[in-house]
Design a binder for this molecule. Structure first.
Ligand SMILES: [Zn+2]
Length: 122
């Protein structure tokens, strides 16, 4: 159950590619933003390089429309509508359909923290 990481710049899924060079080398790349990450003969290492790369971006840049987050002072899941990275605002929809802007420090749990619940392997 390998989840494909998303490009923190454009939000598209990174693409796992393989080239032949005295054996196979795997790497993740975003062909929209035109970069490729470190290669490895092992797919799991290539994934690790991609995850490390993504983890260096600020959380707000790693959000995508439709992601779920938890905010302070609420036990309800909120869904990302869109983000304004320049202003540091995250527009979230609550379970009642209301849309409100939030600051980064109002986020209690990010999507990748929710997903890791119960199934963490780090
Ligand atoms: Zn991209």
């Amino acid at each position: 159950m390998m989840t494909t990481p998303k490009c923190p710049l454009c939000g598209k899924l990174l693409k796992l590619s393989t080239i032949e060079n005295k054996g196979q080398l795997h790497f993740f790349a975003c062909y929209k933003c035109n970069y490729q990450l470190r290669m490895s003969p092992r797919k799991d290492f290539a994934l690790e390089y991609a995850e490390k790369f993504i983890s260096k971006f600020p959380p707000i840049m790693r959000l995508n429309q439709g992601d779920n987050v938890m905010v302070h002072f609420s036990d309800d899941t909120h869904t990302v509508l869109y983000t304004n990275v320049d202003r540091g605002k995250i527009y979230l929809q609550d379970v009642y359909g209301n849309a409100l802007p939030y600051d980064v420090d109002e986020i209690k749990q990010w999507p990748w923290e929710l997903e890791q619940k119960g199934g963490s392997n780090d």
